[in-house]
Design a binder for this molecule. Structure first.
Ligand SMILES: [Zn+2]
Length: 209
C-alpha cells in the first residue's frame, strides 16, 4: 500500500516504520531471547548521538521535573542570564541582582555569587560535606558522578544539586521582577522540603539536620 498524501502526520510516521522490517528477517535483529525488544529497535533506528558526561544528573535523578529542566538549560548555558541578554542587546546592565557584585552569567550565578554559594554550601552541610563551592562545570561533574552511584546519600546529593539550581534561578527571577528574594536559610529549607517530599523514610532521615 502506498502512503496516501492526505494521511495525518502520525499515521504517515507509523506507516513509514514498515520499511524498518521490510528487508528479510530484520525484525529478528531486534529480539532478545526470542522476544521483540523496543529498546534494541529504538537504538537501531534513531540518529547517532553523542553521550554527554552529565546525562546521569538529569536522567538518573528523582528531583522535581521543573528542577531537572532548569538544570538541563543551565548545563547547556541556555538560561536567559543577564550576560546572554546583553549579547542580544536587550539590556545594558549585567550586574547580578542577588549580590549586586559581579556580572550575572551562568558561572557567577552557580556558584560564584555569594548568595548562591551560601545556599549550596548549606545544602552540602546537610550531607555532612564541608567544602567551598567550586566552578559550575566542576560542580556539574561532581554531581553527575554522585548520580552514578547507588547509595542513598549520593542520590540525595544529585537531588539537592538540581533543586538548588532551580530555586536559585527562581530567587533571581523574583528579585528582578518583584524586587525581593528570600534569605539563603529560607531557600535551603524549601530545597530540603522538596527533596524530602520525593524520597522514602530512610532517605528522609539523612536530611534531618
Ligand atoms: Zn551574584
Amino acid at each position: 500500500m502506498t502512503i496516501p498524501s492526505g494521511m495525518s502526520w502520525v499515521l504517515k510516521k507509523i506507516m513509514k516504520c514498515r520499511e524498518i522490517f521490510d528487508n528479510g528477517n530484520m525484525i529478528h535483529e531486534y529480539e532478545t531471547d526470542g522476544r521483540f525488544s523496543i529498546n534494541k529497535c529504538y537504538q537501531a533506528i534513531r540518529e547517532p548521538t553523542l553521550q554527554v558526561s552529565w546525562k546521569r544528573l538529569v536522567c538518573n535523578n528523582r528531583a522535581t521535573p521543573k528542577s531537572l529542566f532548569i538544570t538541563w538549560l543551565a548545563v547547556l548555558n541556555r538560561l536567559s542570564t543577564k550576560s546572554r541578554l546583553a549579547q542580544w542587546n536587550l539590556i545594558a546592565d549585567t550586574t547580578c541582582e542577588l549580590c549586586n557584585n559581579g556580572e550575572e552569567d551562568i558561572h557567577h550565578l552557580f556558584f560564584q555569587c555569594e548568595y548562591s554559594a551560601e545556599v549550596w554550601r548549606n545544602c552540602l552541610r546537610i550531607l555532612k560535606i564541608t567544602r567551598t563551592p567550586v566552578s559550575f562545570l566542576e560542580e556539574v561533574m561532581i554531581a553527575s558522578e554522585q548520580c552514578r552511584r547507588r547509595h542513598k546519600k549520593n542520590k540525595l546529593y544529585g537531588m539537592l544539586f538540581t533543586e538548588a539550581i532551580y530555586h536559585i534561578w527562581l530567587q533571581r527571577n523574583q528579585k528582578i521582577f518583584e524586587g525581593q528574594h528570600k534569605t539563603t536559610e529560607q531557600i535551603v529549607n524549601v530545597i530540603v522540603f522538596n527533596v524530602a517530599a520525593r524520597v522514602d523514610d530512610n532517605m528522609r532521615k539523612l536530611l534531618i539536620r
